[in-house]
Design a protein around this ligand. Structure first.
Ligand SMILES: [Fe+2]
Length: 322
């Protein structure tokens, strides 16, 4: 193995295709944290196995590290290309699936996506998360947060974000200077939340960077079905990161980031209910529905069920499940 001070070079053992992996793992797992040591050892093992398996060529390895360099260089405070890469490779969806082993009756989770930002302001229920100049058709978003027994959960924090009516998140706007189409709300004593937003539309994930190279290389779609993101938190319950997706979207089957699930598909309902508009202070608009003019607004109603906080622990530290 490696040469120590005072040792003769005759003690050097050549590192080979066969023994290099064990040597690197042994050199890289001397820390105290059992989980970190386990993750590191497995990562090195799988990476090396991949390189051996495909007999990776030097020029291919250069393409790979240059690609990852471009991924990093594309990241800014407003753009997360690494999360996007994880999304389009299905890693985010896989991590989500592993971490959201379904409790009966609980709302399913979905991918966080690259457009979450913790900059959203806290609003009072009923307020609008959109600025006056935002493009889009008005939508009333309301629902309740419940436990698995159907009991309302008051004071749950509901963080919501969505695109505008042109399919852009606030941070994609070159003139972006403050949060828009995103906001935080606390559920009331009945576990309910309600706000004014706009009807989100199908939108392209950013395809002008290195992740776009992958999409174009494999002729993949880069439109996501219209959706609204939710992150719901309460000290006594597991955090829920999810989204609800428009049934009418033609991209609902082939979501490029693999976030859609049957239970999360909803209808954005067009309503002409004037009393409802008045109650929530919605300004109806006129649009063509079918072949006729109609005056109304969109309604998104969806409840969410949280599970009680699980005890920590249970992370694998070796190949025996603990
Ligand atoms: Fe999104």
């Amino acid at each position: 193995m490696s040469l120590k001070t005072g040792e003769s070079s005759s003690n050097i053992e050549d590192l080979t295709i066969g023994n290099l992996t064990a040597h690197v793992i042994q050199m890289s797992t001397k820390g105290e944290d059992s989980r970190v040591k386990y993750l590191t050892a497995k990562l090195i093992q799988h990476l090396h196995d991949f390189v051996r398996d495909v007999e990776l060529q030097t020029d291919e390895w250069e393409v790979a590290w240059q690609f990852l360099t471009r991924i990093g260089q594309t990241c800014t405070p407003e753009r997360q290309e690494f999360v996007l890469l994880s999304d389009v490779l299905g890693v985010s969806a896989l991590v989500d699936a592993i971490n959201s082993k379904q409790t009966s009756g609980a709302t399913e989770s979905s991918v966080l996506g690259p457009f979450f930002s913790d900059t959203a302001k806290v609003f009072e229920n009923g307020e609008s998360i959109t600025s006056n100049s935002i493009a889009g058709e008005p939508m009333l978003i309301r629902g309740a947060v419940l436990d698995t027994a159907g009991k309302p959960i008051p004071r749950a924090l509901v963080d919501i974000w969505e695109t505008d009516g042109n399919g852009f998140y606030d941070m994609q706007d070159v003139e972006y200077n403050e949060p828009d189409c995103r906001g935080k709300f606390f559920t009331d004593t009945s576990g309910k939340f309600y706000l004014k937003g706009v009807k989100p539309v199908d939108y392209p994930i950013p395809n002008d960077g290195p992740v776009g190279e992958i999409l174009q290389l494999f002729n993949r779609d880069w439109y996501r079905p219209a959706h609204v993101h939710y992150m719901i938190m309460h000290p006594e319950y597991e955090k829920l990161v999810t989204a609800v997706y428009s049934r009418e979207s033609k991209y609902i089957i082939e979501d490029p980031v693999f976030g859609t699930k049957k239970s999360l598909v909803v209808d954005f309902v067009w309503t002409q209910d004037e009393a409802l508009a008045k109650t929530y202070g919605i300004s109806p608009i006129e649009r063509i529905m079918g072949s006729e003019k109609s005056r109304g607004f969109w309604l998104l109603e969806r409840d969410f069920v949280l599970v009680s906080k699980k005890s920590k622990g249970g992370r694998k530290i070796n190949d025996t499940v603990v």
